[in-house]
Design a binder for this molecule. Sequence first.
Ligand SMILES: Nc1ncnc2c1ncn2[C@@H]1O[C@H](COP(=O)(O)OP(=O)(O)OP(=O)(O)O)[C@@H](O)[C@H]1O
Length: 225
Amino acid sequence: MTPLLTATDLHKSYGSTPALAGASFAVAAGEVVAVMGPSGSGKSTLLHCLAGIVLPDSGAVHYAGRELSALSDSGRSALRRSDFGFVFQFGQLVPELTCLENAALPLRLAGAGRKEAEARAAGWLERLEVDDVRHHRPGQVSGGQGQRVAVARALVNNPRVLFADEPTGALDSLNGERVMELLTQAAREAGSAVVLVTHESRVAAYSDREVVVRDGKSRDLAGAV
Ligand SMILES: Nc1ncnc2c1ncn2[C@@H]1O[C@H](COP(=O)(O)OP(=O)(O)OP(=O)(O)O)[C@@H](O)[C@H]1O
């Protein structure tokens, strides 16, 4: 499979703290890759470099044939909005908006009308089994429901790459497993690549492949499934 997104020999330091010291990575369309490793090993920094949020000091990230560091800041932001989706551990929903409005937000930002955006978002809420809380605000739903809304929002504009950083970190294990099932199933059906940062092997078990980051260096493990 031709990789869609690759990182080659990334180095990144914050002051005198090395976060990445020769990390490489590749993910193909439709593939779910887990990035594992101990706390502080560089997993989130790798994800941020892959998404063009952070630029590496050296090494290169290529997405669909383009080198991210060759794009301007606004070019990278536009790429993130059009091609990437994000799910984080906490606090990603806008508290003033309903769950439906939250899920529709990426489409609204991309210029879709309210009716069309909300109709598509409603379909995703149904798929993530949180249709019943569509008119609730994030403060009125459970952690697991909120996280499903966040997954719906991340997938609503059919991203080619979904970045998930500890997406189940704040959930109990039952809810975490259901969110992972729904997330990976939806991403596979849409053909989206998934970069999944986690330190839990139960979560990584939903991936096709595991990459371990240790002291800023990466190592591939075969066949996680
Ligand atoms: N913005 C930053 N400023 C300064 N140091 C940072 C910054 N981001 C990360 N670091 C440092 O870089 C190293 C790697 O951090 P990173 O967050 O990538 O690790 P991680 O594997 O994701 O950790 P965790 O599992 O705890 O989230 C750590 O030593 C961290 O303290």
